[in-house]
Design a protein around this ligand. Structure first.
Ligand code: ZN
Length: 281
């Protein structure tokens, strides 16, 4: 097993032991020197759950907690769950299932509330929310923003972070202003699938070399991720589970010691309060 002599955190991926590679992906990540994972629940409808209310998300979250426990037992470090509602659910509820945008909003906020219960109980690390990355009508956009602001309120109460799935953007200060308005500091808001530069939330940078070079040059807090979706039907859709440890090795070879410390020790602590160095066995 490779030891890169630093914690190595993939800040956002999904695992599907039932239909994908599951724990084999964790073993590969670990073998290449990866130590820590933030595992995000798969979109509820991908698991066959057609939610009509918050409680319907429970089996999705429970399955994620089981996967996290199994992953933790493999890693030299730790895996933590990030629970929430994929923003694309609103289109499924409105366009496929005939919900009004406001009824869809209620279902999704119920899911956020249930995820918040898990954070409150110490069983999950952070919440996941956001808004569609594709064009939607004004009512759906407003309802999506309301769901996201609800997630900020819950996170502010719990003093936890929120990972966002949103449109591609390098300036989202309006969104972090909403967070700050309800008492959630901007550094508790993370934009997943980010490029190397972003105003507002902390960027969780997709671990492609050009994006990472931008983040390193910028010198601001950042995280690294793959958004591995572990979907056997879409094998090349995203970066694979070995990518973050490989890119960390590359950054170290390029002499970017401080950037590696930024993305794998300092920023994880600042955003989530997790001590990655202390949790490597
Ligand atoms: Zn994802």
């Amino acid at each position: 097993m490779t030891d890169l002599e630093t914690p190595v955190l993939d800040n956002h991926l999904h695992l599907d032991p039932d239909d994908g590679r599951g724990l084999d992906a964790v073993k590969e990540f670990s073998r290449l020197g990866g130590t820590h994972l933030l595992i995000v629940n798969k979109p509820s409808w991908h698991l066959g759950v057609e939610a009509d209310g918050g409680e319907d998300f429970r089996p999705v979250f429970e399955r994620t907690l089981e996967i996290v426990a199994d992953a933790s037992s493999i890693l030299a470090g730790t895996a933590w769950p990030v629970l929430g509602v994929h923003p694309g659910l609103i289109s499924r509820l409105v366009d496929v299932r005939g919900f009004s945008p406001s009824d869809a909003q209620a279902v999704m906020q119920g899911g956020i509330d249930l995820a918040a219960d898990y954070v409150d109980a110490g069983e999950a690390l952070a919440l996941k929310s956001g808004r569609p990355h594709y064009d939607v009508g004004p009512a759906v956009w407003e309802a999506s923003n309301a769901v996201m602001r609800h997630a900020f309120e819950r996170a502010a109460d719990l003093d936890c972070a929120v990972q966002l799935h949103t449109e591609a953007s390098e300036s989202m200060t309006e969104v972090t202003d909403w967070a700050v308005d309800v008492g959630l500091p901007a550094h508790r808001v993370v934009k997943h699938y980010a490029s190397g530069r972003l105003e507002g939330p902390i960027p969780s940078v997709m671990s492609e070399k050009d994006r990472l070079e931008t983040a390193v040059e910028r010198g601001e807090p950042f995280l690294m991720e793959t958004d591995f979706i572990d979907d056997a039907d879409r094998p090349g859709a995203v970066l694979g589970p070995k990518t973050v440890p490989r890119r960390v090795r590359w950054l170290l070879e390029e002499g970017h010691i401080a950037a590696v410390r930024n993305a794998h020790v300092e920023t994880p602590y600042r955003v989530y309060g997790i001590k990655t160095e202390a949790t490597v066995s």
